[in-house]
Design a protein around this ligand. Structure first.
Ligand SMILES: Nc1ncnc2c1ncn2[C@@H]1O[C@H](COP(=O)(O)OP(=O)(O)OP(=O)(O)O)[C@@H](O)[C@H]1O
Ligand SMILES: [Mg+2]
Length: 575
């Protein structure tokens, strides 16, 4: 293999402003694009950084006054590299240092048995990706350090690789100018709540489905997915010319994913087999659920206050009781309990709208939410489909009622675990996915909804959120700042762009990057699950992906078509 050619030589700079490097002879400025990853080989450390600007310079102002004429090519060549040259601006993002053993850390002598503990000499490959450690940049490379193009091994060192036995990594895509994987560390991902943002049609749902598949495959957490548009569980539409639909998670992991549906007819029509039905009873709806729906149901403050009076009087059955009261009974009730008749009648009238929701029953013999909890505790991922019941009222009510119950159970279980310290009592890490997240997490709702609570309390009770949304600026800024990892596809609105960077220092460069993304299948990754911000070309969700990720036990697959496709893809790939 030919040794790598250095691109440039560091000439000046600082930790706060970044570095400047002069292009080496023979390297054209036009080969260096903003956003390129570079490695700077210092005397002791390697620095991994980003190219952030390119400038043309001359050593003598006389040349500018009197530039060579177009036909003076010889003069142009003579000047190039000496009289005229290019400068690149670099931002070092990480320091790669040889991983030390405990002994070497305490007694920093070079161990002759482990020559890799020495900094690799100029331009030489580190011995292996795992031999280097990533540290935040606290210094700059010395004068005249050489700058190289980052190569596959550097990327692997920084962003990991999917089959690393020590980490649960998931390849989410590739950098824009190279075919190497960029991985999310799934253990870090599920530790905090996360967000996927971007305007409509940029690939948010596809990204979410990719990551969820990764979590299922690597067993990093158990998922509960509120599938508003029926695109996660079973077949989802695609705008791709070659394939009009893509597989849902249940098709990829038949034994590990269960679909529950709030609209069995629609689910059946779509050809989904053995989806479980799910109903919600009036006595599972709390006043806080209605507070969240105040706008949808057009409820006034006064109606909500009267709801509390009813709840205090009748207990959990208050909605059923209210709906059965006659006008005179309401009048009597109000006189006794200091309620307001007009507000209470308005409440009664507006709550009759709930009767139109297909999944609402006045009473239920069976605890459906308990059944979901049971599945989750066994590690079965649950997708809840809404079918035709996907209007906001219906979606928000069901998601809030179900999540509140599940969160309650998790709080109890966590308390039990903290007391017993028995690993068997440890709740399974749960990740809840919601689309249209700003409806639950806008500044007003975030204070009342269970989703706001989960986002704020972080991982305390082993539950985190994956919020998918096109209007991040509508989400409460406190919630935004708690998000561990943010994946953002193209956004145009300045407020939305601003919101994505809530709580991120030095984000000016990244903002420009964000506004320049392609309108589809490109995203900026930022936060806890990646070592540094990076733009990726998102992994394609297609036949090849199914073959790489789906359940390896294809004998279990009921879907002959998927099975065949996977086998074909696998043989094409030589897997
Ligand atoms: N990773 C991917 N692999 C394959 N196709 C993709 C990928 N990402 C996006 N696409 C294409 O882009 C289209 C839009 O993606 P998607 O439905 O995820 O957008 P969205 O951001 O969720 O939009 P909306 O806000 O309207 O829900 C898809 O139908 C698909 O054709
Ligand atoms: Mg979508």
């Amino acid at each position: 293999m030919t040794p790598p050619q250095p691109l440039a030589t560091v000439i000046q700079g600082s930790l706060s402003r970044g570095l400047e490097a002069r292009l080496n002879p023979g390297v054209s400025v036009e080969d260096l694009r903003v956003g390129k990853f570079v490695v700077i080989q210092g005397q002791r450390n390697r620095f991994f950084g980003l190219l952030t600007d390119v400038t043309l310079e001359t050593s003598n102002p006389q040349i500018l006054v009197n530039p060579p004429r177009p036909e003076e090519t010889l003069l142009q060549e003579v000047l190039a590299g000496t009289g005229t040259y290019g400068i690149i601006a670099l931002t070092p993002m990480l320091m790669l240092v040889p991983r030390q053993t405990e002994g070497e850390r305490l007694y920093p002598l070079v161990n002759p048995e482990r020559p890799e503990a020495l900094a690799a000499p100029l331009g030489q490959e580190p011995p292996s990706a795992g031999a280097m450690e990533l540290l935040p940049v606290k210094t700059v490379p010395a004068h005249f350090s050489q700058v190289y193009e980052a190569r596959e091994l550097d990327f692997r060192t920084v962003f990991g690789w999917e089959d690393d036995p020590e980490r649960r990594n998931f390849a989410i895509g590739q950098p824009l100018d190279m075919a190497v994987p960029i991985c999310l560390d799934l253990d870090r991902w599920v530790e905090r709540s996360n967000g996927i943002f971007g305007k409509s049609g940029t690939g948010k749902s596809f990204l979410a489905r990719l990551i969820l598949a990764g979590i299922i495959r690597k067993r990093a957490a158990v998922n509960l997915i509120f599938d508003m548009h029926s695109e996660y569980g079973w077949e989802a539409a695609s705008e791709d010319k070659h394939a009009s639909t893509v597989k849902g998670l249940r098709q990829l992991f038949p034994g590990q994913v269960q679909i529950y549906t709030l609209d069995p007819d629609s689910t059946r029509r779509r050809g989904v087999r053995d989806a479980q039905e799910l109903f919600i009873a009036y006595n599972q709806i709390e006043v806080e659920d209605l507070a969240l729906l105040a706008e949808e149901l057009n409820l006034s403050e006064a109606s909500l206050e009267n709801a509390i009076i009813l709840r205090n009087e009748f207990g959990r059955d208050w909605i059923g009781r209210l709906l059965s009261l006659s006008n005179t009974e309401i009048q009597e009730f109000c006189e006794q309990k200091m309620g307001n008749k007009a507000s209470m009648m308005a409440l009664q009238r507006k709550l009759t709208r709930l009767d139109n929701l297909k999944y609402i029953r006045s009473t239920l013999p069976h605890n459906y939410i308990g059944q979901i909890l049971d599945a989750l505790s066994r590690g079965i991922h649950v997708v809840i489909e809404f079918g035709s019941q996907s209007n906001l009222l219906s979606y928000m009510l069901a998601a809030n009622v179900i999540t509140r119950r599940i969160h309650q159970a998790y709080v109890h279980q966590t308390e039990r675990y903290l007391q017993s310290k028995n690993p068997l009592d440890r709740p399974r890490q749960l990740c809840i996915t919601i689309e249209e997240a700003h409806r639950f997490l806008n500044p007003r709702a975030a204070k009342q909804t269970i989703f706001g609570t989960i986002a704020r309390e972080m991982r305390k009770y082993f539950v985190t959120l994956l919020v998918v949304d096109q209007r991040p600026s509508s989400i409460d800024s406190e919630v935004m700042s708690q998000l561990g990892t943010r994946i953002t596809a193209l956004l145009n609105d300045d407020q939305d762009i601003e919101a994505v960077f809530t709580g991120v220092a030095g984000s000016q460069n990244l903002k420009t990057v964000l506004a320049k993304l392609d309108s589809k299948q490109q995203a900026l990754l930022l936060g806890h699950a990646v070592p540094m911000p990076v733009v990726v070309q998102t992994r394609s969700y297609d036949q090849r992906f199914y073959a790489e990720i789906a359940d390896p036990d294809w004998s279990q697959a009921e879907d002959a078509e998927v099975l065949l496709a996977a086998q074909q893809a696998k043989s094409e790939l030589g897997l």
